[in-house]
Every structure is written in structure tokens, then in C-alpha cells.
Design a protein around this ligand. Sequence first.
Ligand code: NAI
Length: 506
Amino acid sequence: MTVNYSKVGIIGAGAMGRGIAQIAAQAGSDVLLLDSFEGAAERGRDALLAQWQKLHEKGRLDEATCDALGARIRPVTSMQDLAQCDLVIEAVVENLEVKRELFKALEAIVAPTATLATNTSSLSVTAIAAVMANPRRMAGFHFFNPVPLMKVVEVIAGFKTDPGVCERLADYARQMGHSAVQANDTPGFIVNHAGRGFGTEALRIVGEGVTDFATIDRILKDQAGFRLGPFELMDLTALDVSHPVMESIYRQYYDEPRFRPSVITAQRLAAGALGRKTGEGFYRYVDGAMQVPPEPPVPTIDLLPPVWVSPRAARRAELLRIVHALGAQIETGAAPSPAALTVVAPLGFDVTTVAAVERLDATRTVGIDMMIDDAATKRRVVATNPATRRDMRDAAHALFARDGKAVSVIRDSGGFVTQRVVGTIVNIAADMCQQRVCSPADLETAVKLGLGYPQGPLAMGNLYGPTNMLEVLFNLQTVYGDPRYRPSPWLRRRGALGLSLLHEEE
Ligand code: NAI
């Protein structure tokens, strides 16, 4: 196989530049590494040699390949040394003026046919390329950290980028063993745009005092299958990185309410509680180990009250089967008896509203999240309302934990935790499709590989039901009167028609 670019220049030999150099050499390109900080390019090369040597010692790379790879990396000292490159990728500091100056100088040095690319994660490719004499040959080529392990790259077309340049870069990405996704030049591109729902909605739930962050992490991992909860993830990324990204995307979209950041992270950032790297974030870290607060114990109760389930509960038949299997006596009357624990299961609405609308005794009413098939989750989530009696709350907690399944009891909130967070993720993804930031297929690939979600957001929406997603969002919008829950027209159309979210474009 002949590689698309035989001589690749990389400017900036930091974390990203080194990673890109590694996979470019592994694809068969000769790589020239340039850094303005003296000795940094050599250090970058040495780190790569050590990396390959380690792979060789582990038996994953033979000696000849190891030597050949090492010979492909050459540190250089001046931009003039990049004159023969057919591709130059920039990975220097994230600063618009620095990048603009760099590309203006670079295009006068390389051949007119050479391709130029920026690894920027948050600046506009169009704005960087605007100072160039020929912006058509310049594109975004956005890798993720650590580059060799994060197997996806966003290829971004600026306003004037030649589509052929993007195709060739995407093809090269595949030669490097990465999946390429094509994005329009919009704030956050694909991954950092699609990733807005998870953290911001979780922060909003904590901000409302619905429950604590450790409970939210448990719920989202156990109910929806996320590998890390949003607060664990923010601790890992560190708030000095993630809070500015939240602010930047919000501002770049002219204060779009769906991306509104939280004062919680602003304050924690000011306090220096950045996450794992400072030993304290949402969790504490002792010798690198995360300290997770213990779960509240399941209460012991003397006698289970009879249970009455609202006729309007989501997945009512399944809920009745669960309650029956847990050994509770089920009431079948039109209204609950004065002794009954009253269970509702709303989508999007809060328990308080449901109790009021259905004329139930709020003191005995709790809600349970039934959006997801109980058999497919490892945790049940029960919500009280402000009037719920303690004995009824404890009875519900004990009942739903009877088969050993984990139970979280939270305060009342429209949409529980999973409905809110998943609904927000799906809605943002739907709106990205509406805006044609990228194709639905590329959106799915980018999110799975770039964010590590269990499914792409559209597949997630399908799994829980496009109609359910729409109902959750409509009702959240009613409960909160907040435009951040306004369903995207793209989701509205598909939800209303009962179509798959991965249905062919109209
Ligand atoms: P880094 O700070 O590790 O490395 C940047 C390197 O560029 C340093 O070695 C510095 O000496 C050098 N440099 C600065 N100005 C230069 C110039 N004018 N000419 C030549 N060399 C120069 O930064 P990192 O993390 O590698 O990021 C680089 C770029 O990649 C940024 O644009 C960043 O936004 C982007 N990016 C970073 C990701 C990350 O997770 N770290 C992920 C995706 C993109």
C-alpha cells in the first residue's frame, strides 16, 4: 500500500504532536518533527523511540520494524526544513493568532500542492485559514488524546476547503488505522458538541438538590450503561479543561440554553478542586484511588403496605409484574385504599405534578423511573415528592430492593436522572443532524469512539424509543418552562412519525 502522504511535517511536539507522529510513521510516512521550544522535538522523538522499544520488548514489534519506525522520525529546527512535505499538521498552542501566523508563514515555504492541517480542538478552521493566500488546501484534522488509542479523527472542512483535501485526509486517517468522520466547521465540531448533554444536565440535577453527584454517577452507569459517570469523567478530564470548553461552546452558539454551563464547576475551578490530578474533585483521591461515598442502606420495615399502581404509569404491565414478583399485595381498585403505597411512573413529568393531576394522596405517592426495561438495568430509581411520608419512602425503597437490585431514592425532579440526561444527549444529537453538522452515521461513530458512550446517541434514542424521548422532552419543557428542553425539530418529526432515529434522511 502506498501511503497518501510520504513526507509529513508535524509542528508542535507536545502530547498531540507526538501521538500523531507515532501513527503517521506507523502508516509508513517519513515524519519531520518541529517545535519552537529548544530540545522539544528531540525529546518527542526519544519518547517515540522508547515507546516502540517497549512494544518490541513485549514482543509486539519485531526489531527490524522497530528500527524502521525510528528511522522515519526526524527532529528539525526550522520551518524551512518542511519545504518538501506533502502534508503538514499543526499541533501547537491553542491560540488563534499563533496558528494564523504559523499557516501564513508555512504556505510560503511548502509546495503549492501540499496539504495543510490544524489539530485545533476549539478554534474555527475557517478563521485560521482566512489569512492564507490559498485556504482551499487547509482543513481541520482533529485527533483525540491519547492519539494512538483514540481511534477517531474529525476531518473538518473550513468555509473554503476543497472537498478533495478532506477526502484525502480521511483516506490517510484510515491508513493510520483510525476512523475518519467528516464535520462542518461548527463550534465543538462533532465530539465536543455532542458531549455537551452529559455533564451539563448532570450538573443541573445536582444544582437543583435532587441528589448528590455520586448517586447520579451510579444511576447513569447502572441504568444506561455509561462506563464512567459524568462526575468521574469531569474529575478525569479536570475542570481547568472541561469548564472552559463548556463556556466556550455555550458562547460560540450565542448562549444556546442547551449548552448553559453551571456555576458549580465555575466555583470548583476557582477553588482549585480540579479533579483527580489535584487529589480532589467531585471525589477525593487517596494515593490515586477514588474515594466513593457509601450508598445509603436499604431500610428494614416491619410490614409492606399494599401497592397501588397508577393506570397511567409507563410500562405499567411490567411494573405490576415486578411489584408482584417482589411479593407485595397489589390493589386493583380504581383508587388506592387509605393504606396503599401509591406508585406512579411518569416520563418527563415530576411526581408532584402527577399526584396533583391524578388526584392522588401525595403523602403516600412515590415515582419510579420505568423508561428503560427493568430487566436491562442494574438499578431502580425511586423519587419522592415534598409531601411523601418517611414510612412510605422507606417502604418503596425496601420493596424495590427486595430482589437484591440496587435502588437509589432521589428527590422529585421532572424526568428522574436518566430520562433527563439521556433525553438531553439525544436532543442535542438530533439538533446536530438538523443543522447538518455531520451525517447521522458519522455522529454515531464519533461519539462511540470519541466519548466511549455505550451506543451512539441516535441508537440510544432508538433503544429507549423516539416517542418516549419526545414525551420526556415535551414534559420537561412544561415542568421547567426552560427552552433547553425544547425538542429539536429533527426529533419532533421522527418522534411524531414513530420513525427510527437512524432512518434515511428525508
Ligand atoms: P502541548 O502543550 O502538549 O504541546 C504544544 C507544543 O507546541 C509544545 O511543545 C510547544 O513548545 C509547541 N509550540 C508552541 N507554539 C509553537 C510554535 N509557534 N511553533 C512550534 N511549536 C510551538 O499541547 P497539546 O495538548 O499537544 O495540544 C496541541 C494542540 O492540539 C492544541 O491546538 C490543542 O487544542 C489540540 N488538541 C489537544 C488535545 C488534548 O487533549 N491535549 C486534544 C485535541 C486537540
